[in-house]
Design a protein around this ligand. Sequence first.
Ligand code: GDP
Length: 462
Amino acid sequence: MVLADLGRKLNAALSSLNRAPVVDDKVIDALLKEVCAALLESDVNVKLVAQLRQKVKAKVKAQFDSGADRGKEANRKNVVQKAIFDELVQLVDPGVEPYKPKKGHPNVIMAVGLQGNGKTTTCTKLAVHYQKRGFKSCIVCADTFRAGAFDQTRQSATKAKVAYFGSYTETDPVSIAAQGVAKFKKERFEVIIVDTSGRHKQESELFQEMVQISEAVKPDMTVLVLDASIGQAAEAQSQAFKDSADFGAIIVTKMDGHAKGGGAISAVAATKTPIIFLGVGEHLHDLDKFAPQPFISKLLGLGDMQGLMEHMQDMAAANPEKQKEMAKKLEEGKLSLRDWREQIQHVMSMGPISKIASMIPGLPQELLAGSDEEGSMRMKRMIYITDSMSASELDSDGSCFWVNGKDGKPEDISWRVTRVAKGSGTSVREVEEVLCQYRMMANMAKQAGGKNGWMQTMQKMQ
Ligand code: GDP
C-alpha cells in the first residue's frame, strides 16, 4: 500500500470512531482491527503491530479508569484517538536525535548503501537541501566501482548548481575521498557530502572500503541510504551495515511509490537509528525532512505546520526580512488573508502541489486529488478569489466577510462575499470555502506557533 493509501485508511478508521454513538470495547476493537490491518498491509512487522494494539488498549483503559473521559462520549473518542496517534508516532520514532550540521564548520556527511538504492540521487538532493538553507554545499564522488558514477554526479550537481569533485582516472576511492574533502575544506565549504560506491549485495569488500573511506575523511555523520521497497527487511539491511561501519542516520528513498514504506520506516525506527529524510521522487527537491510526529500528522491528513514553517524558512535566503515578518506573524497567530494568499502562491512555486499542499492543515483533501495540474488549477482559483478582495479585506482576519448574530458569532455571509464571487468569476460557495480554509490555517498556525503543541491542535480538530 502506498503511503498515501495507508494514511487514507488510518484516517478513515479514526473518522469512523466519530460516527459511533458510544465508545465501548466493541467499537475500540473494531477500530484497532482496521488500524492494524492497514499497518500490516504496509508491511509493518506483525510484532510491532501487536504491540501497538496492546499499548493503545492499555492506555485507553488506564485513562477511562482514571475518569479522564469524565463520562462523556466525545472525551472518550479523544482519548482513543490520541492513544492511537501517540502509538503511531512511537512506531516510527527511534528516540535518537540525529547530527545537525553547524554553520561555519566543514560538516562532512558520508553516504553509504547498496547500489540502486538512490544514493547518488540522494547526495545531490541533500546538497540542494543544505544549500537552500544557506550552507555552502558540495559533493565528492568516491564511487569508482560503478562505471558512469562520476558522470551521474557531474550531471546532477551541475543541474543543481552544486560544486563537485571526482576523477575519471583515479581508481582508489579512499584517495579521491580524501583529496575531495581536503580541497573543499580548504575552500571553506560547510556541507561536504561524500558519495561512496555500492554493491549489489552486502559484501565484505564494500564494508572494508567504507571503513577505509571513513577513516580517511572522518565524517561528522554517516548516512545509510535505504530503498523503501524492501519493507521490513530494512531492519536486517541496516543491522548488517551497522555491524561493519557504524552510521548515525538513515534516509529511506522511493517512498513515493512503494507499497512497503510504512514497513521500512518502522523497521528502521526499531534499530534506534534516526531517519533524517525520506526520498519521495526522482527530482532534486523530492526530499522530505523526517520527524516522527509531523510525519504521522501529515500521514493522517492533519497537515504539517512544522514542515510548512521549515519550507517558509527556505524563503529566508531569498528574502530574509519578509521571512522574519512572516515567522513573527505565525508565532503571534496574526495571519491575515494576504499572508495566507502569499503562502498559497509560495506553495505553488515550490514544486508538486500534492507534496506541499499536504503540509497545510485545513486544505481540503479534494485539493490533493487528481493530477498536480488539477491541483494547481484549484489553487489558482483560490488566488483569483483573493485577487478580487480589497486591500483592507486582504489585510484583515476575514471577519468582515461575516455578519455576526446577537451572540457575536458569525451568522451569515456579508455582501462582500457575493461581490468577491462575482469579481472572481467563482461561486459564493467557493468564496465561503476559501474563507473557511483560511480561518482554519490561521487557527492552526496560532496553536502551532504558540505554546500549545501539535497534540492539542489535533485534539481540537476532532
Ligand atoms: P545509487 O546506485 O544508490 O547511487 O542509486 P541512484 O541514485 O543511481 O538511483 C537509482 C534509481 O532510483 C534512479 O533511477 C533514481 O532516479 C531512482 N531514485 C532515487 N531516489 C528516488 C526516490 O526517492 N523516488 C523515486 N521514485 N526514485 C528514486
